[in-house]
Design a protein around this ligand. Structure first.
Ligand code: GLN
Length: 493
């Protein structure tokens, strides 16, 4: 097996034992990127020189045994939503053209502090709005399992890069499913932590009450390790929680005997792809075989999730995106018509169609007279959804659902139909609205060879239970070990 295909925790042992250097490893990943990314297009920016410099520094730390963590020397890539000091940050948009942040996001600072090597910045839907990465202002990313299909979104570049071994792991963000859905569609693991567990400082805002950063990796253990290193209180983010950060990895003992797994009837609906339903059904039997007890639970307000989300998220987005006016940073289109004209031209040329659609929706729902009917009502239903989860978690320790109603769809298929695109997130959105943690793990393949994902949702701040059950499931199955056939991306037909 190629060294780039190994999991992070396996590589960490090799780095620590001196079997491989971070430089050699980083070079191997850069080679993989050179070989396939011309087609796959997961990266917006590859930080070649900077990564090699960080790798040399990591090698020094490893040699001198100075502050070594499980990520020391590990090539990690970031969704291009995280501000990186001295490195272009686009958020998938033209409106940030030429923007080079003068600071690092807290997540980036913590990764660097742990000795990780930042190898590049990954493609995404513009401002994280989308489920296919086709809303990137630059180019779509392909699905490594089938280049005719989307990798999911909005962290599609992140999931595609991890799946095709263009980095060990990546950090994505999830506002309504953007870590878990692309992880499912690319056959990798994606973890959205509890809202507020990971700092949002320096992470470009989409919907501030929903946004949360988390790892995408090839196994549950790597997600657990990474979470420990990036989580925790940050005084620079007022919504960051004063909550203990655990050694999540130490809880992955494979023992889920007696654990209660809730199956919500509302998630097994019409429109659920038969192969998804079958794979999820089989995974329930695997978990029962491991000694878990599956119980039926109900989340009665699930049917409102998509409507509530698209009101809350667009309202917050319309307010967050007001800052892009051509004055402070990024693109400025000034044709001499005065200030108002400059604002209009900049925003017209700088934002793509989906972002404009959402700004309009959000502005409408926040405006006088409509606020009560839309935004306030959506917030009230959000509270009811949160209570649904509290009720359900009285009956079980974790909740199991499919991650996405369908496997990866074809490029272009849903572009002209925003509503169908929005429905891609039907199973992931409620988790963000409730603020609870969720994880997606590979649970099978369609007959055509497309990966499928299984989602576990946990109680507020109970990352341990979902990581534990996801890990036990992973240990009992082989799905996560399959890698995409890279022949097509290597130009071999
Ligand atoms: N796909 C959803 C949307 O378009 C979720 C995006 C996200 O989680 N960033 O809003």
């Amino acid at each position: 097996m190629d060294v780039v295909e190994l999991n992070g925790w396996e590589l960490a042992e090799k780095l620590k034992g001196g079997e491989i250097t971070s430089r050699a490893l980083t070079e191997a990943y850069l080679e993989r990127i050179d070989a396939i990314d011309g087609r796959l297009r997961a990266y917006i920016t590859v930080c070649r020189e900077e990564a090699l410099r960080q790798a040399d520094e990591a090698d020094r730390r490893l040699r001198e045994k100075e502050g070594i963590t499980p990520l020391t020397g590990m090539p990690v890539a970031l969704k291009d939503i995280f501000s990186t000091k001295g490195i272009k940050t686009t958020c998938g948009s033209r409106i940030l053209e030429g923007y080079i942040p003068p600071f690092d996001a807290t997540v980036v600072e913590r990764l660097k502090g742990a000795g990780a090597v930042i190898i590049g910045k990954l493609n995404m839907d513009e401002f994280a709005m989308g489920s296919s990465t086709e809303n990137s202002a630059f180019f779509p990313t392909l699905n490594p399992w089938d280049p005719g299909r989307v990798p999911g979104g909005s962290s599609g570049g992140s999931a595609a890069a991890v799946s095709s071994a263009e980095c060990v792991l990546s950090i994505g963000t999830d506002t309504g499913g953007s870590i878990r859905q692309p992880a499912a569609l690319c056959g990798v693991v994606g973890l959205k932590p509890t809202y507020g567990l990971v700092s949002r400082y320096g992470m470009i805002a989409f919907a501030s009450s929903l946004d949360q950063a988390g790892p995408i990796a090839r196994c549950v253990r790597d997600c657990a390790i990474t979470l420990t290193l990036i989580a925790g209180r940050d005084p620079k983010d007022s919504t960051s929680l004063h909550a203990p950060v655990h050694e999540y990895e130490s809880h992955l003992d494979g023992n889920i005997k007696g654990m209660k797994i809730g199956i919500p009837e509302e998630y097994f609906i019409e429109g659920l792809h038969p192969e998804v339903e079958k794979a999820v059904g089989e995974s329930i039997r695997v978990l029962e075989g491991l000694g878990a007890e599956c119980v039926e639970v109900s989340l009665p307000h699930t049917e409102y999730a998509v409507s509530v989300y698209y009101l809350v998220a667009t309202s917050e987005a319309s307010s967050n995106l007001a800052r892009y006016d051509g004055v402070k940073y990024g693109l400025r289109v000034d044709e001499g018509g005065g200030l108002l004209d400059m604002y209009k031209l900049t925003r017209d040329r700088g934002f793509g169609a989906e972002v404009k659609r959402r700004i309009m929706l959000g502005t409408y729902s926040l405006s006088a007279g409509y606020y009560e009917a839309y935004y306030r009502k959506a917030s009230q239903v959000r509270t009811l959804m949160k209570r649904d989860f509290e009720e359900a978690f009285r009956m079980c320790d974790v909740i199991l659902t499919p991650t996405s109603p369908t496997p990866a769809f074809r490029l272009g298929e849903r572009l002209s139909d925003p509503l169908t695109m929005y429905l891609s997130d039907i199973f992931t959105i409620s988790c963000n609205l409730a603020g609870i943690p969720g994880i997606s793990v590979p649970c099978g393949f369609t007959e055509e060879g497309l990966p499928l994902g299984l989602q576990f949702l946990g109680r507020f701040l109970d990352e341990i239970s979902i990581l534990k059950v996801a890990h036990a499931y992973e240990e009992a199955t082989e799905w996560h070990k399959k890698r995409p056939p890279l022949g097509k991306l290597l130009g071999e037909g």
